[in-house]
Design a protein around this ligand. Structure first.
Ligand SMILES: C[S@@+](CC[C@H](N)C(=O)[O-])C[C@H]1O[C@@H](n2cnc3c(N)ncnc32)[C@H](O)[C@@H]1O
Length: 235
């Protein structure tokens, strides 16, 4: 998928935005909440550090980070779907940490902040929608300060065996149906399994992170490898 296909992705997320949170919890059987907590627990940013959450969607990663951080971290959520951003803004409104959650419309390829600005960059379930992963990772690297960290959560298919077969059955047959029932958008929930199946194996994706100049790259499988949490650092 190349940069020219981005409008299709943006429109798709704009359309499914109102049902996004509900379907996320439903289709992942509530696991998505634990996956975001796993990411936030690995974050190591102190003082008034700045975290950029790329593809922030309805803002759940940012809110999880602000909820658990005792320090005065500021989170900057970036997404190219206005409808997703509007939902994020509604969710944070009136919360005690509202003034530390900043939302901007923008594309992951052209981060609208100066280089060397952030102590951490996070992206959850967004990198698989980006065809040119190396360019996107390089732009994350540029926006990090030296010593800053990158945390990526992404869905993947389990390796093989019974789990893979049941997973594929669920993903290819049952999930698009549930998605269609709740969002009336079959294309979006047919696209979802394809984007996951086409996502590189963890070791390959880690290589792309290394090519983008990240060091100490590692990953952890969550829920039997259905999700991976990748971590890398800018030297
Ligand atoms: C599956 S949602 C994940 C949202 C959120 N991170 C979460 O944990 O629920 C993917 C999000 O990525 C955004 N997105 C996809 N490609 C993008 C790009 N190139 N630039 C900015 N946002 C992008 C979509 O608009 C959507 O909100």
């Amino acid at each position: 998928m190349q940069k020219t296909e981005l409008p299709f992705i943006r429109e798709m997320f704009d359309k499914i935005a109102p049902r996004y949170d509900l379907l996320n919890h439903l289709l992942s059987l509530g696991q998505d909440i634990l996956w975001r907590k796993a990411l936030a627990s690995e974050l190591n940013v102190s003082g008034k550090g700045r975290v950029l959450d790329v593809a922030c969607g309805t803002g759940d990663i940012g809110m999880e980070i602000l909820r658990r951080e005792k320090s005065e971290v500021n989170v900057f959520g970036l997404d190219f779907s206005i409808n997703m951003l509007m939902l994020a803004s509604k969710k944070i409104k009136g919360k005690s940490k509202e003034s530390r959650f900043h939302l901007s419309a923008g594309n992951a390829f052209y981060i609208p902040f100066k280089d060397n600005t952030f102590d951490a960059v996070t992206i959850a379930f967004g990198i698989r929608n980006i065809g040119d992963k190396l360019s996107a990772l390089k732009s994350f690297h540029n926006s990090l300060k030296h010593g800053g960290m990158l945390l990526i959560l992404e869905l993947n298919t389990p390796k093989k065996g019974l789990l893979l077969n049941s997973y594929l059955l669920y993903f290819k047959k049952i999930l698009p149906l549930i998605g269609w029932l709740f969002s009336k958008n079959l294309a979006a929930y047919q696209y979802l399994p394809d984007s996951v199946i086409n996502f590189p194996r963890p070791e390959k994706f880690a290589d792309i992170m290394i090519k983008a100049n990240f060091s100490n790259v590692r990953w952890k499988g969550l829920t039997s490898g259905v999700v991976n949490l990748f971590i890398g650092h800018k030297k």
